[in-house]
Design a protein around this ligand. Structure first.
Ligand code: ADP
Ligand code: ADP
Ligand code: MG
Length: 495
């Protein structure tokens, strides 16, 4: 086993990885940008080294700086977390070259799965069902038109190098193809430095269901069941759960086998996720994420398996600690991503100081966070404050417990999406488990409910401000919620 590991990340995921290291008796090394000099991950680690600067490019994305620190600190391995360099094949390669273990798959596997077109082709060859679409990248408008009419509209134009839902365009009819192509090409070039695009059939009312897999260096590959990630906004996940409300033991066996086959097809090693689009009993591979995912805790809650510890053990050359037959899913887990953002202002990021903070607790509640009272959420990175995860014996208990935990959550200062999450959890369709990826857009009352919840909470917020001795004008927030409701009512009357 390793003695010392560097965590090339920040905030909640850096702390999450360091927790696993501590339990395994391994020394942890943090790296930090200027604004993170007093972040939790910096102080949690046994050693910490400055990156100097704040912009991701000069800090958490700077391969040279990170490798230099790793060498000077004499670490045996690096854990990349998610985001930043986690899916950057050059970083994994730089580690391999320096004799530092990258806690993740090989640079070759990252590269193969990092390009969605190559991933599709590889999976197709391995007998994994993929969404109907172009065989390779689409270079010309003529080619695009031919493929689109062959598979039938609507189609989806995607960036080969895409991620984070960036650049995707739905095209309903041939006349709109040219503009959408141009748009995705331009976005792909500026966001990923790669103009390659391809076409997929747009599955109209799908769910997003993904499978967690683990693979060691001895050829053992297992799956840990599914995560339902259908509740999304702009192709980005908001709330995740396990198991999926539509899962049956037979479907899980089928999808799990396909996920394992997908991993085996590329001799994948370490933790990974196979993402599927699911519709009416059919499922299709969309991509593989070659890293630990934001939503991994829901799998940990229902299986009892510490995914990050498994990642570290695998990277150290140990065999998987569980066999497929030993994996049991028990109860139900839900995760909410708690973000500093303003749901009533188009979810604009709301960075700034946490003037008062108290996280929920009690039976079945887990909070993964990198914050504390007086911590200022910097504007340079993700505005995620924490991940709130609950476990219950069944979905109904998990929902009630999440509602109870959200009720307990105290955040004074930045705006958060908590009122919006409360509106989602109270929604009848959500409670029945009957939703598709269009849920947020279709449920037009969610924002009105959010505004109503905000107004209802206003006296409590004022009280909290007095308790935390915060001198901030709350009247503006209440007025904004009120104005939103008025506007909404006028709109409804006009219908
Ligand atoms: P997950 O299913 O783990 O949430 P995401 O695709 O949302 O997967 O990405 C995980 C992390 O990586 C998030 O913090 C997200 O902000 C970041 N991320 C993903 N893709 C991009 C991208 N193209 N540009 C910047 N950040 C990204
Ligand atoms: P990213 O790398 O940006 O995460 P994905 O291919 O995983 O890209 O797609 C992100 C989301 O977009 C999915 O979770 C799903 O909601 C939607 N999506 C992707 N492909 C399709 C498709 N073929 N049809 C319908 N929706 C899709
Ligand atoms: Mg995805």
């Amino acid at each position: 086993m390793f003695h010392k590991v560097l965590v090339a990340n920040r905030s909640e995921i850096a702390v999450r990885v360091m927790r696993a290291l501590r339990e395994l008796g391994i020394r942890s090394v943090a790296i930090y940008s200027d604004v993170d000099a007093n972040a939790i991950h910096t102080h949690y680690a046994d050693e910490a080294y400055p990156l100097s600067g704040n912009h991701p490019k000069e800090t958490y994305l700077n391969i040279k700086k990170i490798i230099d620190i790793a060498k000077n600190a004499n670490v045996e391995a690096i854990h990349p977390g998610y985001g930043f360099l986690a899916e950057n094949p050059s970083f994994a390669y730089a580690c391999e070259k320096e004799g530092i273990v990258f806690i993740g798959p090989s640079s070759r596997a990252i590269e193969l799965m990092g390009n969605k077109v190559v991933a599709r082709q590889t999976m197709k060859r391995a007998g994994v069902p993929v969404v109907p679409g172009s065989d390779g990248e689409v270079k010309t408008l003529e080619e695009a038109k031919a493929i689109a009419s062959e598979i039938g509209y609507p189609v989806l134009i995607k960036a080969s190098a895409g991620g984070g839902g960036i650049g995707m365009q739905v095209v309903q009819k041939p006349e709109d193809l040219e503009r959408a192509m141009e748009h995705t090409v331009a976005t792909a070039l500026s966001a990923f430095g790669d103009a390659g695009v391809f076409i997929e059939k747009y599955v109209t009312n799908p769910r997003h269901i993904e499978f967690q897999i683990l693979a060691d260096h001895f050829g053992n590959v297992i799956h840990l069941g599914e995560r339902e990630c259908t509740i999304q906004r702009r192709h980005q996940k908001i709330l995740e759960e396990s198991p999926s409300p539509v899962m049956t033991p037979e479907l899980r066996r089928q999808m799990g086998e396909v996920a394992i086959r997908a991993a085996q097809a590329i001799q994948y090693v370490n933790a990974g996720t196979i993402e599927f689009i699911y519709s009416d009993g059919n499922f299709y591979f969309i991509e593989m994420n070659t890293r630990i995912q934001v939503e991994h805790p829901v799998t940990e809650m229902v299986t009892g398996i510490d995914l990050v510890k498994e990642q570290i053990r695998i990277a150290a050359g140990e065999p998987l600690s569980v066999r497929q037959e030993e994996v049991r899913m028990y109860g139900h887990a839900i995760e909410c991503r708690i973000n500093a953002e303003d749901p009533l202002n188009n979810f604009a990021p709301s960075p700034g100081k946490l003037l008062g903070y108290r996280s929920p607790g009690g039976v079945g509640v887990r909070v993964d966070s990198g914050v504390f009272t007086s911590y200022a959420i910097p504007p340079f990175y993700d505005p995620m404050i924490s991940k709130l995860v609950v476990w219950g014996r069944n979905r109904e208990e998990a929902i009630r417990r999440m509602q109870r935990a959200l009720y307990e959550y105290i955040i004074v200062g930045p705006n958060t999406n908590i009122p919006f999450l409360k509106a989602v959890l109270a929604n009848e369709r959500f409670q029945r488990g009957e939703f598709t990826t269009h849920f947020v857009r279709e449920e037009s009352t969610l924002l009105r409910e959010t505004a109503r919840i905000l107004l209802e909470e206003h006296p409590l917020q004022e009280k909290l401000q007095r308790i935390f001795r915060v001198d901030k004008k709350m009247a503006a927030a209440a007025a904004a919620a009120q104005a939103f409701l008025h506007h909404y009512e006028n709109l409804s009357q006009g219908e």
